[in-house]
Design a protein around this ligand. Structure first.
Ligand code: HEC
Ligand code: HEC
Length: 343
């Protein structure tokens, strides 16, 4: 080996080992925006690493997580629609079966206290088990899924890189999916830049007027910069909840019939159709609902009963236009086009 070849080999070795080292180190984990409350998910119990994130991403796009290997998480949670399912009022899963509910945008998950429309899943780490076992989503036995992964050399190597062992355990499987999902932070919309006083955060007079209407009429439920107070409420889209009782299916309390988790409104222009049952196609329809379509039932939220006995939230045509202008400022192109999250 002459001297220059020796040096090239030496450098190649140094770079290769640096590359490996970076793999074990925590890389820049999820963004924790200054205008958000502290996260609920304890990242210290499952620190996000580059290798863990890469594995979680591969699993999120992996069809072998379903019984007949036809459907991946990402088939119902699509990156460019904030990980919701465009054009699908309710979810469309294995064997062409339809579920009862609209796929929730998977974003800012480390700030959620409970998951699903009824809050039936208390921890992000448990969400995938629910999807995998759901007879209308992936209908698979998690033990069979893990066995499939164990037969795959690439997965063995990726689990080793992420967790230091080739052994593919349920805990590591779930932790890596959580690491991917923890990274799905949307906090760089024009509205965020406005709130944080950053450049690119200019709002027009219509948008500012819409923000004022929003604060007065919507923010009591769509609260904080997450645009949800994480509570369960009945916003009057139905008056018969026998098909889906919402929060009551978890709590069994009669006062919870028809209550659903207040959804975030981030990236709301791309998460249509709206509501737990995908009832409304457009934001204009949503606003018409609040202004004049609210249906009465015993658990209807008191905020939707006006002192004069009318139901809903009074909104005139101008306020509706302003509200829609404001809601559009919640679109976060950086998040929707982030190549780290797309397949
Ligand atoms: C067939 C479509 C479908 C597939 C496949 C699917 N999901 Fe979902 N996902 C949904 C629906 C529908 C909901 C809402 C469920 C509910 O409220 O009962 C949901 C809810 C969620 C949520 C909750 C978001 C929140 O804020 O509450 C997360 C996170 C999530 N899914 C992740 C996953 C992961 C991870 C996988 C793969 C292991 C997956 N999903 C597979 C349709 C799907
Ligand atoms: C009383 C609490 C409350 C108030 C006030 C309220 N909302 Fe909602 N909002 C909800 C709940 C609960 C849902 C989900 C209901 C369901 O799916 O059954 C929802 C859903 C939505 C959705 C659908 C989001 C999606 O991804 O499906 C939009 C958009 C929305 N609200 C906008 C607004 C606007 C704009 C206002 C003010 C005019 C407003 N809301 C006022 C509780 C409220």
């Amino acid at each position: 080996m002459n001297k220059s070849t020796y040096l090239i080999v030496l450098f190649a070795w140094i770079f290769a080992s640096c590359g490996e080292k970076e793999h074990d180190q925590p890389f820049a984990g999820p963004q924790l925006p200054s205008n958000f409350p502290p996260p609920v998910y304890d990242l210290s119990l499952n620190p996000v690493t580059e290798a863990g994130f890469a594995l979680g991403k591969k699993l999120f796009y992996e069809k072998a997580l379903s019984r007949d290997s036809t459907i991946a998480c990402a088939d119902c949670h699509i990156s460019f629609s904030a990980f919701s399912h465009p054009e699908h009022p309710t979810s469309h899963g294995i064997d062409n079966l339809f579920g009862r509910r609209n796929a929730i945008a998977a974003q800012n998950l480390i700030w959620a206290k409970e998951f699903f429309w009824d809050g039936g899943v208390p921890n992000l780490d448990l969400v995938p088990l629910n999807a995998i076992q759901s007879p209308v989503e992936m209908d698979a036995n998690p033990a069979v899924v893990l066995e499939r992964l164990r037969q795959n050399a690439q997965y063995k190597a990726m689990f080793k890189a992420a967790f230091g062992t080739e052994e593919i355990t349920t805990a590591h499987f779930l932790q890596s999916l959580s690491q991917f999902m923890a990274m799905l932070v949307s906090a760089n919309s024009r509205y965020d830049k406005y709130v944080r006083g950053e450049s690119g955060g200019d709002l027009s007079s219509d948008e500012l007027a819409g923000l004022a209407v929003f604060k007065a009429k919507c923010a009591s439920c769509h609260d904080t910069d997450l645009f949800t107070d994480n509570s369960f409420r009945n916003n009057g889209i139905l008056n018969d909840f026998s098909f889906d009782r919402g929060r009551n299916e978890v709590s069994q309390l009669p006062e919870d019939v028809g209550k659903f988790r207040v959804p975030s409104l981030r990236n709301v222009t791309v998460t249509d159709p709206y509501m737990h049952n995908g009832k409304f196609k457009t934001l204009a329809m949503v606003l018409d609902h609040y202004a004049s379509g609210v249906q009465d039932s015993p658990t209807l939220d008191p905020l939707l009963r006006q002192p004069d006995g009318t139901l809903g939230i009074p909104l005139n045509a101008q306020e509706k236009t302003e509200l829609i202008a404001f809601l559009k400022t919640l679109d976060d192109e950086t998040f929707l086009r982030d190549v780290r999250f797309a397949q």
